[in-house]
Design a protein around this ligand. Structure first.
Ligand code: ATP
Length: 134
């Protein structure tokens, strides 16, 4: 299958640079798959499970939380606020974060901003657990 150049970066630096067959991630408007020869394109990333498929067919899964993705003249650049490879995700930590967020959301005295923050934390934990199939 035809491949294209992909770089994945976060504010911490470059995480990945190589040719891939496919990038799959969640944009703010829904799931997005990029293959070679995709038209020039730019969008903001949402929060969700992501994967890349390498030239040898191997798939690497990740949690992707916010950022931007561009496809420009055949090269794809994904700059994520947070990108965690499946093997780097700490399940116990994500479960603890989920519990804390759920407890927080059960508090009826929260204002809108506090609810949104707790909901976002819960969503991040759910994405991480989803990547680990937990
Ligand atoms: P927590 O309450 O456990 O910190 P959080 O959703 O508030 O969860 P973030 O603010 O999204 O955490 O992330 C802070 C940093 O910790 C980021 O660098 C992120 O990659 C890392 N991180 C958060 N949760 C996990 C996890 N379960 N496994 C691995 N890294 C994590």
């Amino acid at each position: 299958m035809k491949t294209f150049s992909l770089t994945i970066g976060t504010p911490d630096g470059l995480l990945y640079k190589d040719n891939v067959e496919r990038v799959m991630c969640r944009s703010i408007t829904g799931d997005l798959a990029i293959l070679a020869d995709h038209c020039n394109f730019c969008t903001a990333l949402g929060m969700g499970e992501a994967y890349i498929r390498l030239e040898d067919g191997t798939q690497r899964n990740a949690a992707c939380i916010g950022g931007m993705i561009t496809m420009m003249n055949g090269e794809c650049h994904l700059l994520a606020t947070t990108w965690e490879w499946e093997e780097d995700i700490d399940v116990d930590r994500a479960k603890a974060a989920k519990e804390r967020a759920e407890e927080r959301l059960a508090d009826s005295t929260l204002d809108e901003k506090q609810i949104a923050a707790a909901q976002a934390k819960l969503n991040r934990a759910l994405v991480r657990l989803g990547v680990k199939n937990k």
